[in-house]
Structure formats: structure tokens, C-alpha cells
Ligand binder design. Structure first.
Ligand SMILES: [Zn+2]
Length: 144
């Protein structure tokens, strides 16, 4: 379970991540493309900015990739900073917080918390059975 959010992040950094969706996207983008950008479709390394914050758009084939694409935060139906809070807490495993408690702290539905928590647990459990690409995509964003 240790691989996600491997590094201890500073309190200050966490406060920012847990309150601001754009900071979360920035975090995802920096982690995902830390080795540089490579278009998923054509492999081109040149990009311009996309429509959503920190998304990148290939200059050759125009395919746009959001910062959250390919991560467990993709298609997240509730605010990203809340998802980050759950992911971080679950992955660090320091506190065992119930979905009921998450729901109370974050003012979101318990079912939403339950679903997302299950998704993280599943990602962590299945890490070994994922394809290399899938694993990379999870590790890239969460290892930082
Ligand atoms: Zn491309």
C-alpha cells in the first residue's frame, strides 16, 4: 500500500492540495509529465495548453490529454481536492477513516466516498496485475 503518495508531503503543500482543485491538477500534471510530454496517440513531444487547467494538447495530432486522464482521479464526480484528501489518507494508511467520517468531513455523500475509497483500494491491490502502462500511470501521479 505504500507506493501511492510515497513521499511525505509538507503540511503546507497538503493544505493547498486539499482545498484547491487547480492545485491538484497542477500536481497531477507535474507528476505525470515529469519526464516530459509524450502524446498518447502519436508520441509527439510538443504540446500547447489545452482547454482545462494544466491539460496538454499535442501540436501534431491535436489530441488533448487532461492532467487527470489515466489516473484514479479521472472522471471524478466530486471536487478533486476532496478526492485527493481521501486518496492521501487511505494511501498513507495512518488513520483508518470510515466512509461515514469522510462523508461528514468533506460534506459529500457516503456512497461517493465508499465508491472512491473502493477504487483506491482496488488500484492498490491490483497494482501487480496491471499492465505496465496502467501501473506507470498510477505510480506516476501518486508516487511523488
Ligand atoms: Zn499527437
Amino acid at each position: 500500500m505504500g507506493r501511492i503518495f510515497k513521499q511525505e508531503l509538507s503540511e503546507e503543500h497538503l493544505d493547498r492540495l486539499f482545498s484547491d482543485d487547480e492545485k491538484c491538477l497542477e500536481f497531477l500534471a507535474e507528476s505525470k509529465w515529469k519526464e516530459g510530454f509524450s502524446c498518447r496517440k502519436c508520441g509527439n513531444a510538443n504540446y500547447c495548453s489545452g482547454k482545462t487547467p494544466f491539460a496538454r494538447r499535442c501540436t501534431k495530432c491535436k489530441t488533448e490529454e487532461s492532467a487527470a486522464a489515466g489516473t484514479i482521479f479521472h472522471n471524478c464526480k466530486f471536487p478533486l481536492h476532496k478526492a485527493f484528501y481521501i486518496a492521501y489518507t487511505v494511501c498513507r494508511g495512518k488513520e483508518d477513516i470510515s466512509t461515514y467520517e469522510f462523508a461528514r468531513r468533506l460534506s459529500i455523500r457516503q456512497m461517493t466516498c465508499w465508491n472512491f475509497k473502493a477504487k483506491i483500494r482496488h488500484a492498490l491491490d491490483e497494482m501487480d496485475s496491471l499492465s505496465e502502462n496502467e501501473r506507470e500511470s498510477i505510480l506516476n501521479i501518486l508516487e511523488k
